[in-house]
Each structure stands twice: as C-alpha cells, then as structure tokens.
Design a protein around this ligand. Structure first.
Ligand SMILES: [Zn+2]
Length: 104
C-alpha cells in the first residue's frame, strides 16, 4: 500500500480533512482505517436495516392483532361465535393463524 493513511475525508470544524488514522485495509487500491472501510460501513448499514425491518414487522403484527380485537367484537355482535373465538385467540397471541374476516 503506497499511502499508509486512510483515504477517507472527514468533516470537522466546518471543513474537510483527510482522515489521520493509518490504513488497515485496501479497497480497490485505496487504504482505509477500520471506521472508514467501505465494506465495514456497508455491513453496519445492512445490520441496521435488518434491525429496522424486524422492528416494523413486529409493529405491523401488533397493529393487526389490535384490529383483530375489534373484529372479534363485531363477530360476536353478528352471532359468529366461532370466528369471534378464533379472532380472540389471534388477538391475544395464542394463535399465529389470522382468521378470515368473511368466514361463515
Ligand atoms: Zn479513516
């Protein structure tokens, strides 16, 4: 590696400077410190996105269980007790099977 310093530019005190750390990895002929390694940055970004996806999947599931509570009440008022029981199980998290709304 010809340049022992990291190739990244960092913004500090309202201007850009070359990163002062020594290069630890070579990516396409440019050296980077661990913090500015493009592969490391991409892996961190991917992990962050996966964590967000999991969080939003949990929130969507919770919102659907909340909707099932209301549908359970409506099924009871419509004398559809089997659907009400299935919806109650789903709403309380005792079943992962989402009952169909227009079940006879
Ligand atoms: Zn750096």
């Amino acid at each position: 590696m010809s340049n022992p310093k990291c190739s990244a530019r960092v913004f500090q005190d309202f201007r850009y400077y070359g990163c002062e750390r020594s290069a630890k990895v070579d990516r396409d002929g440019k050296g980077y410190c661990k913090q500015h390694d493009p592969v490391y940055i991409a892996e961190k970004q991917r992990a962050r996105e996966q964590a967000w996806d999991l969080k939003f999947a949990d929130q969507a599931k919770a919102a659907d269980r909340k909707r099932a509570e209301r549908e359970c009440c409506e099924a009871m008022l419509g004398d559809n007790f089997q659907l009400a029981i299935d919806l109650a199980r789903y709403a309380l998290g005792r079943s992962d099977v989402r009952p169909e709304r227009n079940k006879p």
